[in-house]
Design a protein around this ligand. Structure first.
Ligand SMILES: Nc1nc2c(ncn2[C@@H]2O[C@H](COP(=O)(O)OP(=O)(O)OP(=O)(O)O)[C@@H](O)[C@H]2O)c(=O)[nH]1
Ligand SMILES: [Mg+2]
Length: 248
């Protein structure tokens, strides 16, 4: 029993990736997946969830009933989810899947930076060996890689699970960045030198420090929409799960 929590900013393709990975695993492996929607604010999902948190709470209803704005309603919704966590986890486990693919809200602050989200992840990962993906758009900038790694590290600190940084939407371009990135990881910081200034120097130092405690620094590129790079992501996930998934 393994879990994959996909976190990342709004519109980065989390829900699309859940659907794509589920389809890919069904097509190419014998693994039974369950798709778990933990986004109470989701509208139309690009997959059919096996568990849908909206059967418990909808952010839209919370907005209306408690007269809250979209962010307040999301935070309140996560508290309601936390209260029902025991029931949710026993239902999820009763699905008896091999891999649980868990979708989360784009309001990352509600999920990653607030206590309820952290408790939800902690409880799920105490029952199901869980890893995470930090998914972001690939805007074809070298900074995408740096941001993905740093945000992935922050999410690891907050959620206490291993997080793989993944750049989505490589079908729009960005594969050419790979060799540049590999250069940086190998210690050649020249590709960053075009961004002169205090910030870029600070970034270089940050990358060097990350390399010290993160082995190896790797960012995976995928296209959830075109189902590209999923095999690579899957084998990386297996490595993480094999080494126990969590950081404890
Ligand atoms: N070109 C391209 N578009 C993608 C890809 N993955 C997702 N999209 C598109 O990006 C948009 C957002 O995708 P979602 O899967 O809804 O993103 P999300 O992260 O779940 O969004 P929120 O739940 O609102 O945070 C949709 O229009 C998708 O079709 C991709 O690999 N390539
Ligand atoms: Mg979504």
């Amino acid at each position: 029993m393994e879990g994959l929590i996909v976190i990342g900013p709004a519109g980065s393709g989390k829900s699309t990736l859940i659907g794509a990975l589920s389809k890919w695993m069904t097509r190419f492996t014998v693994i039974k997946t369950a798709r778990i929607n933990m986004d109470p604010g989701a509208d139309i999902l690009p997959y059919k969830p096996d568990f849908d948190v909206r059967s418990i709470v909808r952010a839209e209803d919370v907005m209306k009933n408690e007269k809250l704005g979209p962010n307040g309603a999301m935070i309140r919704s996560m508290e309601i989810v936390e209260e029902k966590l025991d029931d949710i986890i026993s239902y999820i486990k009763s699905l008896n899947a091999d891999y649980y693919l868990i979708d989360t809200p784009g309001q990352m602050d509600a999920f990653v930076f607030r206590k309820p989200g952290r408790i939800i992840v902690e409880r799920i990962s105490s029952e199901i060996r869980t890893a995470g993906v930090y998914l972001s758009d690939c805007e074809r900038e070298i900074e995408d890689f740096i941001t993905a790694i740093i945000m992935g590290k922050i999410a690891e600190l907050r959620l206490n699970i291993r997080i793989i940084p993944v750049l989505n939407k490589i079908d729009l371009g960005g594969e050419d960045l790979r060799s540049l990135w590999e250069d940086i990881v190998r210690g050649n910081l020249r590709p960053l030198e075009m961004h002169k200034g205090v910030e870029s120097e600070a970034l270089m130092e940050l990358i060097k420090s990350i390399s010290l405690f993160s082995t190896p620094v790797e960012v995976i590129g995928v296209s959830a929409l075109r189902m590209k790079g999923l095999e690579n992501l899957f084998s990386k996930l297996n490595e993480v799960w094999c080494s126990c998934g969590d950081m404890t």
